[in-house]
Write a new protein. Sequence first.
Length: 221
Amino acid sequence: MSSHTSRAAGMRSFDWLVLTGCLWIMASVAMAHEGHAPSAPDPQPAPQAMTSGGGTRDAQTWFTDTVLKDQNGREVRFYSDVLKDKVVMINVIFTHCTDACPLITRKLREVRDAMGPALASQVTFVSISSDPLNDTPAALKAFAEKQGVDSANWVFLTGDKANVDMVLGRIGQFLPSPEQHSTQLIAGDVAGKRWSKIRPDAPPVAIAQRMQLLAQPLAGR
């Protein structure tokens, strides 16, 4: 492939990321935290967020290495430490939520159980706070422990509001208030550049099967 073709492919890759971000913005309006009543029970695959030619450099540029803090108070870079080369399940929560957030967290715990230990060990769950002003690492730690999901491969993220807003914006969540985050799940094979948007009311087994499809290429890497 010529250098001109490679550059063109890279530009198409980045353009698709921008388009995907716009689609996620629209999804956040349609599936907001309050009044969320999805009707379709099955996970809905999304086209690839990135195509071949851009490489992991494009992913790092898009998702950014913005510094956040996990539930243990450790500083992490969003792309390099949390996403890079992983299969991830991303969702957005806030700890004083009393309805959707704990329900979806418990649903994802059921998804993890449905995967079985071997598959679950290949997936990193990433829960990002939509309320970083109140969700300290200690608050996230308490929430994770209460929901029974405080484990090595489940990362809860908070940090400076500007940094969290940057990361949320990169996954299509420009939020006027914590309650208005989308409840939609984002599943991705970061290295393989394959992404799916999944409705949170999908059965745990169906979501686990989607994650299995994303994790399968890891065996050959």
